[in-house]
Design a protein around this ligand. Structure first.
Ligand SMILES: [Zn+2]
Length: 82
C-alpha cells in the first residue's frame, strides 16, 4: 500500500498499524522526505466485495444444504457422492 504525504507529496512510510476491528485500520505514517518529516495518521477501510471468495461460497452452500428438508438433503447428498 502506498501512502503519500499531503504536506509535500512525497512517499510516506507506514510505521505501525492499529486494526481494532476487521475491515478498518489506523496507519501511523511518517513522510520520507527529510525536509518535511510530517507524521500523521491515515485510515484504511473495507468498502465492498468484488468477488466473495471460496470461503464465502462454501458458507452459502453449507447454509443452503442445512436449510433443505431432510429428504431433499439426502437426494442432494446422493447426487454429490454418486
Ligand atoms: Zn512530507
Amino acid at each position: 500500500m502506498r501512502v503519500t504525504c499531503k504536506e509535500c507529496g512525497e512517499k510516506a512510510r507506514i510505521q505501525s498499524t492499529s486494526d481494532a476491528i476487521p475491515g478498518y485500520a489506523k496507519m501511523y505514517c511518517c513522510c520520507t522526505n527529510p525536509h518535511c518529516g510530517h507524521t500523521f495518521v491515515a485510515e484504511w477501510s473495507y468498502r465492498h466485495t468484488l468477488n466473495p471468495g471460496l470461503q464465502a461460497n462454501q458458507r452459502v452452500l453449507v447454509d443452503l444444504v442445512r436449510a433443505m428438508p431432510a429428504e431433499q438433503m439426502q437426494l442432494f447428498i446422493n447426487q454429490v457422492t454418486a
